[in-house]
Write a new protein. Structure first.
Length: 256
């Protein structure tokens, strides 16, 4: 489905269980992008690329996006106190409902270093592919052979006490008002690294005042919920299912 008509059909799609894994927006992906066994998912900290990445992230992107999201969405953040005491690596998860929701996650986590997993297709878009790499995006390889190195890179980031953001819904559904089905990946990684899941929920509210006259789409609030830790006393599969279920319940409660 193309972007045209998405907003008109989103309510219908929300009620179709089997369609939850589809991407309802077709990206323009003219560039070639291939991941092989030598692909560097995360550039080394002491490289010029890494230094430039930090400068662009904090010096340019952060202030611009802070202003942009405030003007366009009257963006508000609730629950930042829930991540103040995070001293280990962690997996943050959220519903995937806006093109800029990863930027909003970054704004919410402030100076905590956060990396974002994204689909391979994002690295096939001209200009965007360079920018998101600088802004710490990590492509999720489609081939099983490359998953090992991908997971190795994620595990290292968590070991170094970074935050890794994952969308367990996998696909983007603009302005979707419910929590869709979750894949297990984020929770499996959290369990195997024994790090907490930080649930984050995007909710929508009606514009008020003069904004009500100037825009039709809803404004946005991001709620950061209390971290949920794996239960290390159980088997891995049990931990994964329990962690996923607790996260879903927490997010479903917050979105109502």
């Amino acid at each position: 489905m193309k972007m045209k008509g998405v907003m008109e059909n989103i309510e219908e799609l929300e009620n179709i269980e089997q369609d939850e894994n589809i991407n309802i927006i077709d990206l323009w992906t003219p560039c070639e992008f291939n991941i092989d066994e030598n692909y560097e998912y995360v550039p080394k900290e002491d490289t010029i690329f890494s230094i430039c990445s930090d400068f662009i992230y904090y010096g340019i992107a952060y202030p611009i996006l802070k202003l942009l999201t405030k003007v366009v969405y009257d963006f508000k953040i609730e629950g930042q106190e829930n991540i103040e005491n995070i001293t280990t690596g962690a997996i943050s998860v959220s519903n995937h409902v806006l093109f800029l929701d990863c930027a909003m996650i970054g704004l919410a986590f402030k100076d905590k270093k956060i990396y974002y997993t994204t689909q391979e297709e994002s690295f096939k878009i001209p200009f965007v592919r360079r920018l998101i790499k600088l802004l710490r995006a990590i492509p999720i390889p489609k081939s099983i052979e490359n998953r090992k190195n991908f997971l190795k890179a994620i595990n290292k980031l968590l070991e170094e006490k970074n935050i890794v953001h994952i969308y367990p819904e996998a696909s983007l559904w603009p302005y979707c008002r419910k929590i869709r089905n979750f894949k297990n990946g984020a929770f499996d990684i959290a369990v195997r690294n024994q790090v907490p899941i930080i649930p984050c929920v995007f909710t929508f509210r009606e514009p008020t005042g003069i904004r009500k006259r100037l825009k039709k789409k809803k404004d946005v609030t991001l709620k950061i919920l209390k971290p949920i830790k794996p239960n290390s006393e159980k088997y891995i599969r049990q931990q994964v299912e329990e962690l996923k279920e607790k996260t879903i319940i927490s997010m479903q409660t917050a979105i109502k």
